[in-house]
Design a protein around this ligand. Structure first.
Ligand code: F6R
Length: 246
């Protein structure tokens, strides 16, 4: 795992944007794996700027998103489809049909998971997968205890995850209890993985990830089994790992 230490959130976002744009310049038909949440917002802002100011085009890019809440439709403001359309897709020149997200309203969740995993194999795997880091070590919505062999599946969200995501909802009760997520194997299929972590809240998770022990209790640790992972951390997110070294 390659570690890149930067000063703050802005530097993390622009460093990540440079890597994403380089991927697109190298291959205009790239497949990008995308995460939702607060962490990649700055990166997405930079990518939007790249279209406006640096002639980057997403015309032939495909995207595969990691996850979606069960029960929320694409026009629900808290669905990940809505978030991605709003924060990125509608602000760049990507055709919406090139953007893929699990359907949280599918009648059969099981069939939707199978369809999505087949899609990853058909158009993917991602050339570059962007990941945020859950405070409990989740990646996608793969909570502690998720087996290494998992592919796209439905998960019951941990209370810590629901509480952490409640900030986007009216109240905790409105946060869905289940989600569809790419599994650990689906994520590890990617050619290259970029993990972003910023802020004090992520410091314990970054410290545990960098300890390097692979364990089901901490799903991000499975990333040690992939040989092209870059972790970009800012000062606060790295603070506890740093204290350990001193
Ligand atoms: C989002 C996702 C999650 C988040 C993680 C961190 O698609 O899969 O794993 O990346 O929960 O969330 P933020 O960035 O909001 O701290």
């Amino acid at each position: 795992m390659k570690l890149i230490r930067v000063e703050n959130y802005e530097e993390m976002s622009s460093y990540a944007a440079r890597l994403v744009e380089q991927q697109i310049l190298d291959n205009s038909h790239s497949v990008l794996g995308l995460a939702t949440g607060s962490t990649p917002l700055g990166l997405y802002g930079e990518l939007i700027q790249g279209v406006r100011e640096r002639n980057i085009t997403y015309r032939d890019i495909q995207t595969i998103s990691l996850d979606e809440y069960c029960g929320l439709s694409s026009d629900h403001p808290n669905s990940y489809r809505y978030f991605m359309n709003d924060k990125l897709f509608r602000q760049i020149d990507i055709p919406l049909e090139n953007t893929h997200i699990p359907d949280g309203t599918a009648v059969s969740v099981e069939a939707e998971c199978e369809r999505y995993e087949a899609l990853i194999d058909e158009i993917g795997p991602p050339d570059l997968q962007i990941l945020g880091l859950g405070t409990n070590g989740h990646i996608g919505f793969n909570e502690p205890g998720t087996p290494e062999t998992s592919v796209t599946h439905c998960v019951k969200l941990e209370e810590s995850t629901r509480t952490s995501n409640a900030r986007f909802f009216k109240d905790l009760d409105s946060v869905p209890t289940h989600a569809i997520t790419m599994g650990i194997q689906s994520i590890l299929k990617s050619e290259e993985i970029l993990v972003l972590a910023s802020g004090k809240k992520k410091a314990p998770a970054v410290k545990r990830l960098l300890a390097g022990t692979v364990s089901e209790d901490f799903p991000a640790s499975y990333l040690w089994q992939h040989n092209r992972v870059t972790l970009i951390v800012d000062k606060e997110a790295y603070s506890l790992a740093m204290a350990e070294k001193e």
